[in-house]
Write a protein that binds this ligand. Structure first.
Ligand code: HSE
Length: 307
């Protein structure tokens, strides 16, 4: 085995109230990486379909940084070439940076037979996220590796729980944020009442998944007191559009990951209508790219080719 082609799915982090602890994987879109051994040490990065100047210096690239961390920890002398094939826009809250890091760590684990378990892979992949937003958040990379809905049970040491989801229809309006990251504006100082409400909502999300109650899931994810107030304010028309999407029959609607994308979960019979509405509603936003009509997915990173 000298080359692996691996699919890294889009992921939507936070899922409403679970800032940095919840995420879920989507069936579409996805990025791919090809990883192969080279005759020298270190990491080489190549990016295909790049319209956003993704860094190719390994330490500045999420996949490169994550793999450098693996190489340091395992003392690997042989290097790898990583070809990143981008299908998702970056800076859009779809976890593209995490998808690359997750797929690259998964690939290097296979190429060198390192026998890492999924928590170890998530630990290295999240270190790669520092190259993008400056923070080693684990939510996107965990969902990219495992698929399904993930709960980060513990950060130090990293410990992640995966819950399988029914195939939930999703509409995702991909909108690039105007700033690289908005994390610096988010505060945990939300006061006692909101803190209690936030904890209750997180519990409701988990219970709704266990009971397959998608209406309750949607209600529970549609309010957040930590990141949504900051990020919602930066998306023109967000609150009105969200309200309308819910009135149209969506189970829930929130900001996807770090924004500015907006994600709605809806019954199958509303999928087309909500897709059309969100495409029209965000069309004036200069950072709007397109709408994805997709589903949640219980599949994480996948080997597409092994040669
Ligand atoms: N939890 C992270 C954040 C996800 O909200 O910044 C980024 O996609």
């Amino acid at each position: 085995m000298s080359l692996l082609r691996i699919k890294g799915p889009a992921t939507s982090a936070n899922v409403g109230p679970g800032y940095d602890i919840f995420a879920l994987a989507l069936a579409n879109p996805y990025d791919e990486i090809e990883i192969s051994l080279i005759e020298k040490s270190g990491v080489e990065i190549e990016v295909v379909n790049d319209v956003q100047n993704i860094p190719t210096t390994p330490k500045d690239n999420t996949a490169g940084l994550a793999v450098l961390e693996v190489m340091k920890a395992f003392g690997l002398a042989q290097g790898v070439h990583i070809r990143i094939i981008k299908n998702m826009c970056s800076g859009g809250g779809m976890g593209t940076t995490g998808a690359s890091a997750a797929a690259a760590v998964f690939g290097v684990n296979r190429l060198f037979n390192l026998n890492m378990d999924y928590n170890q892979m998530i630990e290295f992949a999240r270190r790669g996220e520092v190259a993008s937003g400056g923070s080693p958040h684990a939510d996107n990379v965990a969902a990219a590796i495992l698929g399904g809905f993930i709960l980060v049970k513990n950060y130090d040491p990293i410990d992640v729980l995966k819950l399988d989801l029914p195939e939930i229809p999703v509409v995702l309006a991909a909108i690039r944020k105007s700033q690289r990251t908005t994390r610096g504006f988010i505060t945990y100082e939300i006061g006692q009442e909101k803190l209690k409400a936030q904890m209750a909502r997180c519990s409701r999300v988990i219970h709704a998944i266990h009971t397959h109650d998608m209406e309750e899931f949607g209600r529970a994810i549609s309010k957040d007191f930590i990141h949504e107030p900051v990020r919602g304010a930066a998306i023109p028309g967000y609150w009105e559009i969200k309200q309308k999407v819910i009135e149209m029959g969506a189970w829930g609607c929130t900001i996807s990951g770090g924004g500015s994308s907006v994600i709605a979960f809806c019954p199958p019979e509303k999928h087309d209508e909500i897709e059309n509405y969100m495409a029209a509603a965000f069309s004036d936003n200069p950072n709007f790219t397109r709408v994805y009509k997709t589903f949640t997915s219980n599949t994480g990173v996948q080997i597409l080719e092994n040669k």
